[in-house]
Ligand binder design. Sequence first.
Ligand code: G4P
Length: 190
Amino acid sequence: MKQMEEKILREGQVLPGDILKVGSFLNQSIDTEFLGCMAKEFARLYADAGVNKVLTIEASGIAIAAAVGMELGVPVLFAKKHRTSNVDGSTYSAKVHSFTHNEDYNVVVSRDYLLPTDCVLLVDDFLANGQALNGLMSLCEQAGATVAGAAIAIEKCFTGAGDALRASGVRVESLAYIESMTDDGVVFRP
Ligand code: G4P
């Protein structure tokens, strides 16, 4: 999506450790008009995929997921992050390791909200190492739900995680594909 690349070039800031700061429009302050454009593009991409639920992880995924859910006309579910694995039988839970933050956490959803009849679109702001997506896919598998695919705002292609997921048969659509990031700027996949 050309607008996402332009937005990153205009407002993104490359930080040490291959971190792209996009707090001005996505992670902290949210450009609502742009959010609407993102949601429309995801809804266009997944229009014929039979999606009946959107699933994301708190916190930064929620705004994007809500916009996509509204565009598709389906409910939105967000997995909560728990530090401990101390969860009861009323939930599905999966352990996630964040390489960016170097910590483990559990993603948890209530069994009441994720159903075997669901065809789920996974939404997140970044696809870095794919751990969050793997966690969400595990929740869907535990529930017996179908995964239609993933809708990602910004994919860091240089980790290889997105392509590995695609090679394993998961549909992954991103609005910007970052090949490399340096102090000199961001390079997108052609
Ligand atoms: P992975 O899920 O793809 O494996 O990614 P990883 O664990 O490495 O990243 C986890 C967190 O770091 C996520 O947020 C993700 O959005 C964020 N992140 C990864 N790369 C970048 C980046 O280049 N820039 C920014 N701004 N964030 C990045 P989180 O910890 O779940 O935080 P939040 O959703 O509560 O904000």
